[in-house]
Design a binder for this molecule. Structure first.
Ligand code: AMP
Ligand code: GLY
Length: 431
């Protein structure tokens, strides 16, 4: 029965998962909501499931024993570990690709080979398991060049090297085990230039429904300075696209899903394309097998959809473009981080002002790294602590409201970028 309520288990603990949970909770089909492990914000609206999110057998057994009708997988690690396969093997609906399909994110080499077969534009590359051969190649082509650990490295493992020396140091870092097993195979690729754009899409393995565009800010400090992070802020949609660029990105994602199907792999879930808008058109930087974080925190609040229905349709092959609609509003989200992030930071700082911030026009505060302490107070528990998102009729208003809300929140060591979204206002010619 399409109107029947179903109980849902959501895996993950970040701002992305808090945004997913809030959108799932809005659905008329949402029954009881469980999260594993969840965070301080998620646990205010869902119950904790005591299950290891990366253990396929454990997740599948818990879902069966608790009458779960849909498992939603937020992060990449459980996907690559094959949690979706184990859940589906129990006859339970799951949002997220199979372990094999998740290799689009889990192995850069796998993704590059699929892209080559699909005829999709991406940076030229070579992959190496032999250190000497890799070093020789880097010396031969010289910098600028990008060196990447092949496997999952939690957002690290990419060295954008301007010089040959930096590139060789990156090769050394990968092969010396800095990224663990992920660095045993190293990809060396051409450096692409241009603004970046993320395009998330829902897919059931055949139909691809693009969501709104968004742009992340990966560096820690203003002016795109400092080390790479998981993302310090984001906005949606991206106003600087040139004619045809969106169509081209959608076409690329469709080609990849079609290629995987031709290869015998059904990719269902969210396909996240990270693109560089080069002067020769959009080229793929990477694919992720999940929603983006923090992209989700600006895309989902703008989306008009029954998310439970759309996720079930991805799983059972009935996805339809009419299931998703958009208004013409704008969203800007600013990440409040702990002092020291992305390096080491302290935890357990009491957070004040979240209610006051959420009283601002159009503002939602998604929890990323928070926990409830023994007195029920919300405290910091991660590097990225909160995502302060504002939705408004204009870009400028969304940006101003997000920053006004950030000022109302307080915790020891709070740090954030003050220039999220400025590039969008400057325009493409000034980037
Ligand atoms: P990835 O995890 O592959 O998306 O890489 C992380 C970040 O490194 C990207 O968001 C880009 O800013 C940068 N990057 C990755 N690959 C390239 C490339 N081929 N050319 C230029 N920048 C890159
Ligand atoms: N925002 C980057 C990511 O989700 O990988």
């Amino acid at each position: 029965m399409p109107s029947e309520k179903i109980d849902i288990l959501l895996l993950g603990a970040g701002g992305r998962e808090h945004a997913l949970l809030m959108k799932l909770a809005e659905s008329p089909r949402a029954g009881r909501l469980y999260v594993a492990p969840g965070n301080g914000g998620m646990l205010q609206i869902a119950d904790a499931a005591t299950v290891d999110q990366d253990n396929p057998a454990e997740v599948a057994a818990w879902a069966r024993e608790n009458g779960i009708g849909l498992v939603v997988i937020g992060p990449e690690a459980p996907l690559v570990a094959g949690v979706a396969d184990a859940v589906r093997a129990e006859g339970i609906a799951c949002f997220g690709p199979s372990g094999e399909a998740a290799q689009m994110e889990g192995s850069k080499k796998f993704a590059k080979e699929v892209m080559a077969r699909a005829g999709v534009p991406t940076a030229a590359y070579r992959s190496f398991t032999d250190r000497a051969a890799c070093e020789e190649y880097v010396r031969e082509i010289g910098g600028p060049v990008v060196v990447k650990a092949d496997g999952l490295a939690a957002g690290k493992g990419v060295i954008v090297a301007q010089t040959t020396e930096e590139a060789l140091a990156g090769v050394d870092e990968c092969f010396s085990g800095a990224f663990g097993e992920a660095g045993a195979t190293v990809v060396v690729e051409e450096m692409l230039e241009g603004p970046e754009c993320s395009l998330l899409a829902l897919t059931d393995g055949t139909t691809v429904v693009p969501l709104a565009t968004s742009q992340d800010h990966k560096r820690a400090y203003d002016g795109d300075k400092g080390p790479n992070t998981g993302g310090m802020g984001v906005y949606s949609p991206v106003p600087i696209l040139l004619d045809g660029e969106l169509e081209r990105m959608v076409e690329i994602e469709q080609k990849v899903v079609d290629q995987l199907r031709a290869d015998g792999i059904t990719y269902s879930g969210c396909l996240y394309g990270g693109f560089m808008l080069t002067k020769d058109g959009p080229k793929v930087l990477e694919f992720n097998a999940r929603f983006g974080d923090p992209e989700t925190q600006v895309v989902l609040p703008r989306m008009k959809a029954d998310l439970v229905g759309a996720f079930l349709a991805c799983d059972n092959g009935t996805l339809d473009p009419d299931m998703v609609a958009w208004g013409d509003d704008w969203a800007v989200s600013v990440v409040l981080a702990s002092a020291g992030y992305p390096g080491s930071y302290e935890k357990g700082k009491v957070i004040h002002g979240i209610d006051e911030a959420e009283a601002c026009e159009g503002v939602t505060v998604y929890h990323a790294g928070t926990a409830l302490d023994k007195y029920g107070k919300i405290v910091t528990a991660g590097g990225r602590v909160l995502d302060v998102t504002a939705v408004a009729a204009t870009f400028e208003e969304a940006r101003a409201n997000a920053y006004a809300a950030c000022d109302l929140i307080d915790f020891e060591g709070k740090q954030f970028r003050t220039d999220i979204g400025l590039k969008a206002i400057l325009g493409r010619e000034n980037l």
